[in-house]
Ligand binder design. Structure first.
Ligand code: PHE
Ligand code: FE
Length: 285
């Protein structure tokens, strides 16, 4: 995958960080919860507390509600306990993985309502910035929204859509969709713009930047526009796309993407900092 390669390239070694030797064919491992050290639990609490303080007024309410259900503020959570709660709510389960997994495996998990969560935690030196997703990003960023039924259904559809896109050459476009929604999405609410993307909500800096900095564009979500737009993996985003709610996201991604992929393959992508004439966008002051 483009993203995997970019990550490997950036980390310099070309190798991923996790221990893949015990993974099964679906890249699933056991979460050896007893192996987490007291220092790691303490670092988790520090990350959690810092981030939780930033959520009011910045994160979407639906995310804050989901996070509360996880009861994960006191230490690194046990996936099996969270899975039971989640399964009762929306039919999703967590599976432990050593880190990034191949695209097809990732899509297969999502299509079966399984969310892969990395088992290892970053080091204290990486509190502010981490190259590969760790348990804090995967769990704190992604899992809360899986309690929302519409989001939960959407993510499963995304997984099915990924498997369908593979032979169609659609992955670069689907990756952009994922990036600009699941990872870096904003939502318009009666109280103003709020973040719901995991990459924002697990970041100490971008959560404020995405809402108040005058630098990035904040553009009304349009599925084909999003899929045509390049993104940055090395810095805060140049552009955020704004949805009204998860129903909009679900409905606008429901049509058959096959003709869209064909069209996009004939068109140059937009640079990450594009604003097209007449495009609806939000100004911050
Ligand atoms: N509707 C898309 C297709 O037909 C699948 C999809 C659904 C992709 C939801 C992303 C999110 O290919
Ligand atoms: Fe993520």
């Amino acid at each position: 995958a483009a993203f995997l390669e970019a990550v490997a390239e950036k980390s310099g070694s070309g190798a991923l960080r996790g221990d893949y030797t015990h993974a099964d064919a679906q890249y699933v491992v056991r979460q050896d919860w007893n192996a987490y050290t007291p220092d790691e639990h303490a670092l988790w609490r520090r990350l959690y507390a810092r981030q939780a303080k930033l959520l009011p007024g910045r994160a979407a309410d639906v995310y804050i509600e989901g996070l509360a259900k996880l009861e994960a503020e006191d230490g690194i959570p046990r996936f099996d306990q969270v899975s039971e709660k989640l399964h009762a709510a929306t039919g999703w389960r967590l599976v432990a993985v050593p880190g990034l997994v191949p695209d097809q495996t990732f899509f297969e998990h999502l299509a079966a309502r399984r969310f892969p969560v990395t088992v290892w935690l970053r080091t204290p030196a990486e509190v502010d910035y981490i190259v590969e997703p760790d348990i804090f990003h995967d769990f704190f960023g992604h899992v809360p929204l899986l309690f929302n039924p519409v989001f939960a259904d959407h993510l499963q559809e995304y997984g099915k859509g990924g498997l369908k896109a593979m032979p169609l050459g659609g992955l670069p476009y689907l990756a952009r969709l994922y990036w600009y929604t699941i990872e870096f999405g904003l939502m318009e609410t009666a109280q103003g713009l709020r973040a719901y993307g995991a990459g924002i909500l697990s970041s100490g800096g971008e959560i404020e930047h995405c809402l108040t900095s005058p630098k990035p564009r904040r553009i009304a979500f349009d599925v084909e526009r999003v899929m045509r737009t390049l993104y940055r993996i090395d810095d805060y985003q140049d552009t955020y796309f704004v949805i009204r709610d998860f129903e909009q996201l679900f409905q606008e991604t429901a049509p058959d993407f096959t003709p869209i992929y064909a069209r996009l393959s004939q068109q140059a992508p937009y640079p990450a900092n594009t604003l097209l004439p007449g495009e609806k966008h939000w100004k911050v002051d």
